[in-house]
Design a binder for this molecule. Structure first.
Ligand SMILES: Nc1ncnc2c1ncn2[C@@H]1O[C@H](COP(=O)(O)OP(=O)(O)OP(=O)(O)O)[C@@H](O)[C@H]1O
Ligand SMILES: [Mg+2]
Length: 484
């Protein structure tokens, strides 16, 4: 029992002799139990609680009090006013010791404890004074614990909000809006999820979001890249082993599934999982138990699995590289992320987001982008998806000042795969389905390409330079192609 600090009491009691009884009961503990105020009705008690925020630790409350507001209704009002203050009810009624209903209705309303003012010969004290004193100390401890828990809960929640902010998914295109809707919906379930999508589309980002929006958010999120661990180590990484399970196992090792227990494991590049590990993984999913190397007893685990791959797992199943039964177990909820080039409107939004982010990080002014530069970014195919875009923006910020122009963007140092412009292989559209002799096709391509490079260059000599041509050759070829 901690007796070092003072317990402040608000006494709600309308009879003088009852006030006296409470005072007498706590008299020997005056050094740390103080009746700070006495009021004779419920409304006055509520007023005081409002005026003195956090001013009282325990409200000692007469059950039947004058003034109308009393009993459970008053208890509820007090808790609404101060959710941490503890309430001890004193009742005059001769309570039958088996009257659990009465006790339960007090507790449900929010009381911490109740005791009786024993009728009859006890005039000076509360009945069972030591119980009363003990319950005051316990109420005080409970208040402290509740405050502490509330503080650490809000800290944890704040940390989770910070993680979610750093993992925010940018994009308002239709597929992105739907993706966000899926995340909200499926994070609330415990079903396994398979995320597919090309490299850099944000599969891992989506997995983070699902975990930190789920009810498992206070437990571990354990990401593992199945492609980056040597095959012979992957089972011990995932499932762990006991000491002495094999030569060299000098200590036991907890597998990632144990570490993720009650939380989420993220199996990235799941197609790379060797077949033997696939069998074991299937058992974990089916039985909810692990077989640790060197252990006969099974270990129970409860882990949600989010898997991701940029391969087509169904094809892997057909070619015998991936177990069909495991595929169905993982693919309970499929989430496919479409490539960036198919959600054009997100491109500029992402560019804008990363420009602000990196300028801020580097302490630079946020540069503007001119319309021509935007055109190029929009037309680009983004084979590396958002990851590539992020890197491009980083390079742009380092290499330009003031305003970002078409010239900056088309610099091969910035847009590395610049030749992969949108629709470049769309031959059908180019010639209405006609197949032309190579020489004619070349001419069409050259014309388009020259025009394009010119459109993103500040001068003809810079266009010539980009094409790797001497200016005189460039002029001659333009003339031949009929480009003015
Ligand atoms: N919609 C988005 N909004 C903001 N950032 C994004 C978005 N999509 C992806 N990113 C960022 O792009 C980078 C690549 O994303 P992520 O690692 O999740 O992709 P991935 O699909 O797992 O790629 P890989 O298949 O190569 O592993 C990360 O830095 C991620 O934060
Ligand atoms: Mg990834």
């Amino acid at each position: 029992m901690n007796t070092s600090s003072t317990i402040n009491i608000l006494l709600v009691e309308d009879e003088d002799f009852d006030v006296r009884r409470v005072r007498n009961t706590i008299r020997y503990f005056e050094s740390n139990i103080k009746i700070r105020d006495v009021v004779s009705n419920g409304l006055a008690a509520l007023d005081l609680l409002k005026e003195n925020v956090d001013g009282y630790d325990v409200v000692v409350l007469d059950y039947q009090i004058s003034g109308g507001l009393m009993g459970e209704a008053l208890i509820r009002k007090i808790k609404e006013q101060d959710r941490f203050v503890q309430i001890i009810v004193i009742t005059k009624m001769t309570i039958n010791v088996t009257d659990y209903d009465f006790a339960q209705s007090l507790m449900q309303a929010g009381a911490f404890w109740y005791c009786t003012k024993y009728p009859g010969n006890i005039e000076d004290y509360i009945y069972q004074p030591t119980d009363f004193i003990l319950s005051l100390y316990n109420a005080y401890e409970k208040k402290k614990l509740e405050k502490l828990r509330s503080r650490s809960d809000s800290k944890l929640n704040q940390n989770i909000l910070n993680i979610l902010e750093s993992k925010r998914i940018i994009g308002e295109s239709k597929p992105m809006l739907q993706l966000k809707e899926f995340i909200e919906k499926y994070s609330q379930s415990d079903a396994n999820i398979l995320i597919t999508g090309a490299s850099g589309t944000g599969k891992e980002l989506v997995a983070w979001n699902i975990h930190y929006k789920s009810k498992r958010k206070l437990e571990n999120f354990v990401p593992i890249n199945c492609g980056s661990i040597p095959h012979e180590l992957i089972e011990s990484e995932l499932f762990g082993y006991e000491k002495g399970a094999f030569t060299g196992a000098s200590n036991k090792k907890a597998g990632l599934f144990e570490i993720a227990n009650n939380g989420t494991i993220f199996l990235d590049e799941v197609s790379e999982l060797p077949l033997t590990a696939q069998v074991k993984l299937l058992r974990v999913i089916q039985e909810g138990e692990l077989e640790k190397l060197g252990r006969t007893k099974k270990v129970d685990v409860n882990v949600r699995i989010i898997a991701a791959t940029n391969k087509n797992l169904a094809v892997e199943v057909n070619s015998g590289k991936f177990r069909e039964d495991l595929y169905y177990r993982l693919n309970v909820i499929p989430i496919d992320i479409v490539p960036l080039r198919q959600r054009g409107e997100d491109i500029l939004m992402l560019v804008d987001h990363f420009i602000k982010l990196y300028s801020f990080d580097m302490g630079l002014d946020v540069p503007a982008i001119d319309d021509e530069a935007k055109e190029i970014l929009l037309a680009y195919k983004w084979p590396g998806n958002v990851r590539e875009l992020k890197n491009v923006v980083q390079r742009l910020i380092l290499n330009t000042s003031g305003i970002i122009t078409a010239k900056d963007v088309s610099n091969p140092f910035i847009l590395r795969n610049h030749t992969i412009i949108k629709d470049e292989t769309n031959f059908e559209e180019m010639n209405f389905g006609q197949v032309l002799p190579l020489r004619d096709m070349e001419r069409i391509f050259r014309t388009k390409y020259f025009k394009y490079v010119r459109s993103i260059s500040s001068s003809d000599s810079s266009a010539a330079e980009k094409l790797g041509l001497a200016p005189s050759n460039f002029y001659r070829m333009c003339k031949e192609l009929g480009i003015k």
